[in-house]
Each structure stands twice: as C-alpha cells, then as structure tokens.
Design a protein around this ligand. Sequence first.
Ligand SMILES: Cc1cc2nc3c(=O)[nH]c(=O)nc-3n(C[C@H](O)[C@H](O)[C@H](O)COP(=O)(O)O)c2cc1C
Ligand code: SF4
Ligand code: SF4
Length: 330
Amino acid sequence: MNKSIDNDKNTEIIENNENNEKMQTVKIKPNTVEELSKIKEEIKSSLKEEINVIYYFSGTGNSYYVARELAKVLSNNNGKGTKTNTKIIPIANEIKKEQITCGSDRIIFIYPVYGFGVPEIVESFIKRLNMERNPKIYSIATCGKMAGGVHCQVDKLLKEKKQQLNAGYTVQMPSNYILAFSAPSQSKIIEILDDTDIRVKELGNLIQSNEKNNAMDSIIAKISTGAFYPFWKKSLYKFDEKFKISKACNLCENCVEICPVSNIEIVDNEKLENNDRIIYKHKCQECMGCIQTCPTRAIIYGSSAKRKSYFNPRVEINELIEANKGIINQ
Ligand SMILES: Cc1cc2nc3c(=O)[nH]c(=O)nc-3n(C[C@H](O)[C@H](O)[C@H](O)COP(=O)(O)O)c2cc1C
Ligand code: SF4
Ligand code: SF4
C-alpha cells in the first residue's frame, strides 16, 4: 500500500502496491472556513448524547413499571441519529442527598396520584432539585381513575424555580388504594397493563419529539385537587398510627425492605410477641407497599384484610426494593 499527497487537490491518494491501481482519495484539509465549520458541526452532532433522567416514586410497582418501560422506549434510536441515554433514579433514594442536581436535557417525573395530588415526597423533591441546562420537563402521573390537577401542581412547583412543564400525561393503572378498593381481577389487570404498554410507547414518541401540552388538567380536576388534597396531606403524618399488626407476622422483614422511606423497624427484643416488634416511625408516605406485599397479610388497616391485595405483576417485589435503593438501573 502506497500513500502520496496531491497538494493541488488537497487529497491523500492511497494506492495498491501490486498494480499501482488507485484505491482511495481522502480529503485531508477543508478548503474554506464554511467547510471547516460544517465538518465541526457534523462531528459535534455525531458525538452529542441526549440525556434523559426519569425520577420516579412508587409503592406498589405501577409508576416504577412505567419508568422502566418508558426508559426502554426513550433509549431506542430517536430517529435523529442522536444517541440517547436514559437514567432511572428513585426519588426515595435521591432525596437523601444533601445537594440534588440534574444536568440532563429532559427530566421526567413519574409518580402515583395520592388524594388527587402529588405525593408529599415528590413535592419536596421537586422543591429541592437544582436543574441545570434548562431541561424539558415532563410530569407523568399513574392513577386508578382520576388524577386531579397534578400536572398543574407540578407546573406551579416548577414555576417557583423559574422552570416550567413541557407536558403532563396521565396513565390509568390498577388502583393500589386497598383502604377503599380491592385489586381488579387478574384478567382486568392484564388488560389494563397491556393498555399501559401502548400508552407508554405513545408517550415515548411524544417526549422524543418534544411535544408540548399546555391544557394539562381540566377545571374539574383542579377543583378536586383543591378540595381533597389539603385534607389528605394534613392527615398524612398521622396515617401510620392506625396500622395494626396481627399474630400472623413471622418477622420476615419484607415490610422493612419494601418501605421506600424506611418507616418500619423491627425492635430487637425477642421477649416481645412478633407483632409487637413491628414499629412504624411516623414518616409514612401512604404508598401501600407494606400492606400490599406482606406475605402473611399481617398488616391491617381498617377493613383492608377483606380486600384482595395488589402489586404490579410485571415487577418483582425484589426488583422494586433494589430499584428504590438505587442498586439497579444506575
Ligand atoms: C394514598 C393513596 C391515594 C390515592 N389517591 C388516588 C386518587 O386520588 N386518584 C386515583 O385515581 N388514584 C389514587 N390512588 C391510586 C394510585 O394512584 C395508583 O394505583 C398508582 O398507580 C399507584 O402507583 P404505584 O404502584 O407506583 O405506587 C391512590 C393510592 C393511594 C395509595
Ligand atoms: S412483612 Fe408482614 S410478616 Fe413480614 S415482618 Fe412485616 S408484618 Fe411481619
Ligand atoms: S410504612 Fe408502608 S405505607 Fe407507609 S411509606 Fe412505608 S411502605 Fe408505604
């Protein structure tokens, strides 16, 4: 293989040694300033990586499921040839940091609706999050039936930080509110989750194309939030006083592990009955994780024991435990 430079044409000529046949000519310098800046732009865009961060909170797997599946959609090629990197970060773990900063291109909050509003932990997290780079911000609420004015609530929190929501979307999922509802039948759950899969793909495409939606919540939705959310929030910190643990408790520690806010402890005193060793520490978020996943149904709240329990069947309990601790998806 021979190499030579043709200065007139500003090219490098590569020839095959055996028959001097010209193999390839390569331009070695751009001729004009325009050409140079075009090359620079091409290199820059081929190196650019879009970074999406999904911050989620989830007690029984629904919002985590949406986060996990949406990350898959967003990480597929976005059609513009730009690489996309999507991280899933658990709010329950991230909020423990002293400083919370995010420098991504897009931020997506995914959370369950509680009392027609945003979970308290999500609200506190948004207040503390420092957002760099002017990201495009999305709110995705999972709910049983009625989300209330959650997206306007998130938008208001963002405006206080000189940011705003690009779009807010709602995904209807099986309700985990066992204090009032039983889990739907198996076939209904499958039907709802199949619809969720379709909805998540749709949302992924909307987010990738930076689609905006300004009319996020209806007037009625906002009124229901105004009417119910303050009451829900007021009772939140006393909520766990009403949990009762039955003699069925076998100290398996599942409740300690699943609680996203480390609100449950097992007292180190073997002289006590098992059920007297479970302590709730009054920082409950009302996520229902403990009550829905206790393997012996020993955790009781009002008439919850009469109802069928729910945990998203497409998420392993251990997967959510590990994800919430930031052990996976990092
Ligand atoms: C305390 C509490 C309040 C809830 N309030 C509402 C509500 O106002 N509207 C609604 O449609 N669903 C409501 N739900 C149902 C959840 O929003 C829904 O099942 C959600 O998908 C659960 O998400 P997760 O599995 O990620 O925790 C509530 C659930 C709980 C635990
Ligand atoms: S999950 Fe249920 S059985 Fe296990 S320690 Fe907690 S209350 Fe007891
Ligand atoms: S104590 Fe139970 S309901 Fe409360 S935050 Fe922990 S897991 Fe959720």
